[in-house]
Write a protein that binds this ligand. Structure first.
Ligand code: AGP
Length: 613
């Protein structure tokens, strides 16, 4: 959840590290810190709150050096405060570390270290690591060896980066388990370390990703990668195609607004190279799936968290409709502990924007242990969910910075649709005509997404009207039922308004009791096979005095009469309507939060990459 940046080279590390942290601030933002080696000594600055506080501190008390590390924190152990912020420096003042993860045995280690005379300055679990390193250094070993020995003592999942004023020509970075990624960036006479690509993309596109149980010794010139027990690992350097400009806000007020608008482009990119409109074929080459494997599947289980889970719920309808394979969808934190019925004929498909979500990765591991075939739909290139899968679909959306996921929700909706066609085709269950029809429908996506985006002013007007509500009920049915969940999640995470979502048919079994003039109802009712049923549920809500906001298809006169407000969407093939129903709901949540003056991109208590349980 935390962001890490490290630099070694000939330039001043401070602006590079602060700039990198800025790009990672979405990962965690309750405190931040930086340490550089200046004239042989470690200089440290830390502050509570957003990165801007640290930037001000650094302005007042400048520090510069050619090697350094920095961190933005999302607190797990110890309240957000300057003293709990990373980097953590040891008692000798020679070693400093940043850390992502939880030291599960920190109480036991702390007791042991205190008994030996160590003094702790923070309430964090992380500080135990720096004391361990110092203790090992005390026995005369190198920094590399001291870090190795220390890592053997700590339990849990970790990403850590260490520097020492006694060995100022190297950064040591390590990864154990799934506590976020560790990326090494290769420059000319300078090297970078980060927890995520955007932090260093401005400087290099050549990157290596540490696997679990690997460690890197990074000098100005190169990185030597080994396993934690010292075996050499050849560095695989990938070239990242992401555009660094994509990680900059441009003329938009917030990243979230920019990313909502990027969907016109990201949805084109989602189709490009995968859909052959001339021959009516889908090609998902990175899935590594062939007809023999695909025919073995007796079921598909989609597992993910949050917004990605909602995409999975839409995928269930797509896969069952197109490929006719029974499909379950499970929240990853449930799947991993419920001893799921999975075997070598199960296709387990995970969805993750970050590719580093701890619960999702654990669900993949659980599936793998049960011999299932494991696939992923992932945005972050080189992330763990991409690497550990048997095959993957890469979301083509570029970096998503706003904590509320937008473009990384609509892209997997389309990816799942492509996956359903591809699977059906490999299994030989799709007729020529069905394949033609399903692929033909994809042509409208970019145009219709563009139309939805152009209606932002109308959505803003609705946002203005309802900005002061305290509660709202979202309803949907069929393939758009998960869009009600997603719309409600978007609103609550950035506006802090209580939003509940229900399958519309369930309303009469309880939630209808809530409806009055203070509980608006937002109903998603495009012209599809659930339309008539939605209509009657909307009438029921109207009869109870509820204020109605409808998401309805252009030209739907009944919706126009019933709704206090209507968010219009263009007519579309029913299986693709979730993409277009989502866009006005993203814009509505965005504008309500923006009008309320909230921190849209970095809402309270959240983080972009949830690398702890
Ligand atoms: C989305 O707006 C949320 N911030 C959150 O629910 C997110 O989708 C979830 O944490 C899963 O993240 P992932 O896609 O990186 O796995």
């Amino acid at each position: 959840m935390c962001g890490i940046v490290g630099y070694i080279g000939e330039k001043n590390a401070t602006p590079i590290i602060l700039g990198g942290l800025k790009k990672l601030e979405y990962r965690g933002y309750d405190s931040a810190g930086i340490a550089v080696i200046e004239e042989g000594n470690i200089e440290l600055r830390r502050d509570v709150g957003k990165l801007v506080n640290l930037e001000k501190l650094v302005e007042q008390q400048p520090l510069s050096g050619k090697i350094g590390i920095g961190h933005t924190r999302w607190a797990t152990h110890g309240a957000p405060s300057a003293k709990n912020a990373h980097p953590h420096i040891g008692e000798t003042g020679d070693v400093v570390i940043v850390h992502n993860g939880i030291v599960e045995n920190y109480l036991e280690l702390k007791e042991e270290l205190e008994a030996e005379g160590a003094h702790f300055n923070s309430e964090t679990d992380t500080e135990t690591i720096v004391h361990l390193i110092e203790r090992n250094l005390g026995s005369g070993v190198s920094l590399e060896k001291a870090v190795r020995l220390s890592l053997q003592r700590i339990k849990g999942a970790h990403g850590i980066v260490v520097i020492s004023s006694k060995e100022p020509d190297k950064i040591i970075a390590a990864r154990i388990g799934n506590a976020g990624g560790v990326v090494i960036g290769y420059g000319e006479g300078e090297m970078f370390v980060a927890s995520d690509i955007p932090a260093i993309l401005e400087y290099t596109r050549r990157m290596s990703f540490l696997e679990s149980q690997q460690m890197a010794v990074v000098t100005r010139e190169n990185a030597t990668i080994t396993t934690l027990d010292g075996k050499a690992v050849p560095a695989k350097i990938d070239t990242i195609a992401w555009d660094p400009v994509a990680a900059v806000k441009g003329n938009y007020r917030h990243f979230m607004q920019k990313e909502i608008h990027e969907q016109a482009r990201s949805l084109i990119d989602t189709l490009t190279g995968r859909v052959d409109f001339e021959n009516n074929r889908i090609n998902l080459m990175n899935l590594n799936l062939d007809a023999e494997k695909a025919r073995k599947f007796n079921k598909v289980i989609i597992t993910a968290c949050g917004t990605a889970y909602h995409a999975g719920l839409v995928g269930k309808t797509m896969i069952e409709t197109i490929a006719r394979i029974p499909t379950e969808v499970d929240i990853a934190s449930e799947f991993r502990y419920r001893d799921p019925l999975v075997d070598e004929n199960t296709c387990v498909l995970t969805i993750s924007q970050s590719g580093e979500t701890a619960d999702t990765l654990a669900a993949m591991e659980e599936a793998r242990n049960k011999k299932a075939m494991v696939f992923s739909i992932v945005n972050a290139i080189g992330s763990q969910a991409m690497r550990v899968a048997d095959g993957y679909i890469s979301m083509q959306v570029g970096p998503e910075i706003g904590v509320a996921s937008t473009k990384a929700f609509t892209a997997p909706l389309v990816d799942l649709y492509l996956f359903a066609i591809y699977l059906a085709d490999l299994r030989g269950t799709l007729s020529e005509e069905e394949r033609y029809r399903s692929i033909y429908d994809l042509r409208v996506i970019p145009d219709l997404a563009g139309k939805c985006l152009k209606r932002e002013d109308a959505v803003r007007e609705v946002a203005e009207k309802i900005k002061d509500i305290h509660n709202i009920l979202y309803l949907g049915r069929g393939i758009n039922m998960p869009i009600a969940y997603e719309g409600a999640l978007k609103l609550k995470e950035i506006s802090y308004i209580h939003a509940e979502a229900y399958p519309a048919g369930e309303m009469k079994h309880g939630p209808i009791a809530l409806i009055d003039q203070d509980m608006p109802v937002l109903a998603i009712m495009p012209k599809d096979q659930w339309y008539e049923k939605m209509l009657s549920q909307v009438e029921q809500a109207k009869a109870r005095g509820g204020i109605l906001i409808l998401v309805a298809t252009d030209g739907d006169e009944r919706a126009g009469e019933l709704g206090d407000d209507v968010l219009w969407i263009p007519e579309a093939p029913w299986m693709l309507t979730p993409v277009f129903a989502t866009i006005p709901l993203q814009m509505l949540a965005y504008h309500i939060a923006a009008i309320r003056g909230l921190d849209v991109d970095q809402p309270r208590n959240l983080a972009k990459s949830v690398t702890v349980e």
